[in-house]
Design a protein around this ligand. Structure first.
Ligand code: HEM
Length: 140
């Protein structure tokens, strides 16, 4: 696996572990105060980061760009600020941190979309630089 794909996957597993631990805590104590933080950490941290990692694994040319590296940092800020912001909201009533997280979450997805469009316009066929071996026949 290329380096960036692996970094995304490791981050995803880390966030997933934290999020699930919060879930276990909520289930054990019947205290659901942090369910929004838990939900966002799972979906943005575990699920979304995993999808990014898999895409960068399949498209190593895209993973080697500066844009993809910027996307990685932007995605982290989004996870930390949006999930943390949810916890801050229930504790202190302020939505400011979550708002910053939302801006980074949108920016992260925009960078990803832009990278995909740019990648798609420079490649004539998906198999040209995909990690999937184009010589292998696709079994029906
Ligand atoms: C160890 C694994 C997990 C445990 C023990 C757990 C536990 C919980 C609990 C106790 C709640 C609160 C339910 C309520 O308000 O009645 C909750 C909410 C939620 N969980 Fe998890 N969860 C786990 C994994 C996940 C995963 C993997 C995802 C998503 C990928 C997820 C997404 C959500 C979402 C979106 C909510 C909010 C639901 C709502 O607001 O109604 N959880 N979870």
């Amino acid at each position: 696996m290329n380096k960036l794909g692996m970094k995304f996957m490791l981050s995803a597993a880390f966030y997933g572990l934290i999020a699930m631990s919060v879930g276990v805590y909520m289930a054990a104590t019947s205290d659901y105060l942090f369910k929004a933080a838990h939900g966002h950490l799972n979906l943005l941290g575990w699920v979304t980061m995993s999808i990014f990692g898999i895409v960068y694994f399949v498209l190593p040319d895209l993973a080697s760009t500066k844009l993809a590296k910027l996307h990685f940092y932007c995605a982290h800020v989004a996870v930390l600020f949006l999930s943390g912001g949810m916890a801050i909201f229930v504790l202190f009533g302020s939505t400011n941190v979550a708002k910053v997280g939302a801006v980074f979450a949108i920016s992260s997805m925009l960078l990803f979309l832009y990278g995909l469009i740019k990648y798609g316009s420079t490649k004539t066929s998906f198999s040209q630089s995909s990690a999937i071996d184009s010589k292998q026949p696709i079994s029906e």
